[in-house]
Write a protein that binds this ligand. Sequence first.
Ligand code: ATP
Ligand code: MG
Length: 354
Amino acid sequence: TTKPSKRYSITLLPGDGIGPEVISVAKHVLNLAGSLEGIEFNFQEMPMGGSSLDLVGVPLPEETLSAAKKSDAVLLGAIGGYKWDKNEKHLKPETGLLQLREGLQVFANLRPATVLPQLVDASTLKKELTGGIYFGKPRGFGTNEDGEEIGFNTEVYATYEVDRIARVAFETARKRHGKLCSVDKANVLEASMFWRKRVIAVAAEYPDVELSHMYVDNAAMQLVRNPKQFDTIVTNNIFGDILSDEASMITGSIGMLPSASLGSSGPGLFEPIHGSAPDIANQDKANPLATVLSSAMLLKYGLGEENAAKRIENAVLETLNKGFRTGDIYSAGNKLVGCKEMGEEVLKSVDSQV
Ligand code: ATP
Ligand code: MG
């Protein structure tokens, strides 16, 4: 109903593999977010990559490059696939991408590593918050026997402190996959030995929950190596501080990460970080959010349309908050959806924003 006050032309380069599926979602999301901000898009879809090779024999037709140069911004899906992997260099889909970047003179690549707390939920971390080394006494500064200056802290845990956080953790694990990992440093620290003893004692009340123990140094490594092995983690105040920051940066999937390539003038190039994922192409399994978030970057960095960009970012967060997940970011308790349904949910969320 709002009369469009602004018009932009966007070149869409769906490309290969999952590219067309994720671009289709992003196009609809852009259209809706734009219309709510009085923006109208003129989309021009052009061939590029392997599909272009099949169609016209080159990975980046001149018409595609000139259309891209004339537009206000370029949104790319993904290019490449097994089919063209053995091609000569000038007949590779990837060569087309290099030519496009060069043609648009985009030299700065932005890859925001947004922390999405919704996805950290792949494993839940419960940490003790009111005790431990941050509060233990004695603490302070002083001098040692040699008269040298020292600083010192003490880790103290009482039975009731460990028991109550352990119960919260067991209850959480029970509602999830029934697995609890207690993280400590019981091989060297008495406070940790005591922690472990109490967790084991409380475990008797939760025979249905499978309890394991891990040393914190190993846990730090395992969290990066294979975060999905964890269901619920319980740990003390200081270890929890460190591990939760670590966990927050494990964004879950390449299917979530957008990027922008910008030059000093002319249209920017926006694309998901992931490739064409031929293994899941045409199966409605791709996560479209990396491309949807790339379209938000397009609005923000390409067109200066911050409000419309914010609408899209908020809609993605809301969709994740509602529990919708594609296969790559799925964990038990969430709603597994395909590429299309994820797109529809994002659209609903864009629409419901005031
Ligand atoms: P490229 O060489 O083009 O960068 P690649 O073959 O190294 O690509 P990707 O195509 O990015 O890697 O993907 C690797 C795997 O990650 C895919 O095979 C797929 O299983 C998964 N994947 C990538 N992108 C997505 C996505 N958007 N949604 C779901 N899974 C994805
Ligand atoms: Mg590859």
